[in-house]
Write a protein that binds this ligand. Structure first.
Ligand code: ZN
Length: 63
């Protein structure tokens, strides 16, 4: 995790609201997410995304 602007560019967080994306994989002992999911490109979260927003839709949900 770095600067939020960097995290938006690499798709670690929503480019519109800054919410971080939860990795869909769970830790088998704690049942918690293994961490932040990185898309590798800028995305908008499911709450923010609209067809004309100019971003790809996120593949996973936010925390
Ligand atoms: Zn968002």
């Amino acid at each position: 995790m770095g600067e939020i602007a960097e995290d938006m560019l690499d798709g670690s967080c929503c480019s519109l609201c800054g919410q971080y994306f939860e990795h869909p994989q769970k830790d088998l002992e704690t049942f918690r997410s293994v961490g932040i999911y990185v898309h590798e490109y800028p995305v908008a979260c499911w709450a923010c995304w609209t067809p004309g927003c100019g971003y790809e839709k996120a593949e996973v949900k936010t925390f």
